[in-house]
Design a protein around this ligand. Structure first.
Ligand SMILES: [Zn+2]
Ligand SMILES: [Zn+2]
Length: 261
């Protein structure tokens, strides 16, 4: 089984003690490719993902300002981000979007940072990775208005109706550990109705570990558990889900290059 973890925070301090071992365990488990989300601790550092991508051929990166950190953006942040967006190891802009649950940055500032980064992604002709929490209507409105490219709804935890809306604007749905949680029936129904060519899997590690690791630090190797559950929910084999999600990642994020295995 060859897998892609399409969303991991490998730069997180929780991996400081065993980052290389964690990466090695992922490879042993079949995780051939990892996309290191580059939002890190927020501006001024924009290279949290790229630093890791520079150390391993099979790790790729995103760059972006997380909605939590929108208020930390400085006058030069967008210019620097636009320059980094052109790096060949940067496969997407993200995670960007809106988080009205925590409201760590004022909503106006979040919306303006989001729109600004859609322009940067369009300029770089790269897809986007969306983080949205308790902000579905605004997120969708901004995307409908200002985005014509590809994208990923990361850690999709919506229901069937929201899945249908995201699919309609051309998005991929990326499922993570939540899919394995006992109460997540609505998410599983959404996963069951997602067309095979729009599915992705992720860990969002170190957060949201899937069962049976729930409550522990998450790591890319655990994406295998999500693939197993996704396969059950969809009536497919884990190998089929692994192959399909790898192909989807390749088509969306690496349309012109060979996936480095
Ligand atoms: Zn997120
Ligand atoms: Zn994340």
């Amino acid at each position: 089984m060859k897998l892609v973890d399409s969303h991991c925070h490998l730069d997180d301090p929780k991996f400081d003690g065993d980052r290389e071992e964690t990466i090695a365990r992922a490879r042993t488990a079949g995780v051939a490719t990892m996309m290191a989300i580059g939002t890190g601790q927020g501006p001024p550092d924009l290279e949290a993902g790229l630093r890791l991508a520079g150390q391993h051929p099979f790790i790729y990166a995103t760059v972006g300002v997380h909605p939590h950190d929108a208020a930390k953006a400085m006058p030069d942040t967008w210019e620097r981000l636009a320059a980094l967006a052109g790096d060949p190891k940067v496969l997407a802009i993200g995670e960007i979007g809106l988080d009205y649950h925590y409201d760590f940055s004022p909503r106006e500032v979040q919306r303006s940072a989001f729109s600004r980064q859609l322009e940067i992604a369009a300029g770089a002709a790269k897809p986007i990775v969306i983080h949205t929490r308790e902000a579905w209507a605004d997120t969708l409105a901004i995307l409908r208005e200002g985005w014509r490219g590809g994208g990923i709804m990361h850690c999709f935890t919506g229901d069937e109706a929201q899945a249908a809306e995201a699919l309609k604007i051309g998005f991929h749905l990326s499922f993570g550990g939540v899919l394995t949680f006992p109460k997540a029936d609505a998410v599983r129904r959404a996963a069951a109705m997602t067309p095979p060519d729009r599915l992705l899997v992720e860990t969002d590690c170190p957060y949201l570990a899937p069962a049976p690791h729930r409550g522990k630090r998450n790591e890319p190797a655990f994406v295998v558990e999500t693939v197993r559950r996704l396969a059950e929910v969809r009536g497919q084999s884990p190998d089929e889900v692994a192959e399909q999600t790898t192909e989807n990642f390749h088509r969306l994020c690496l349309p012109s290059g060979a996936l480095n295995r």
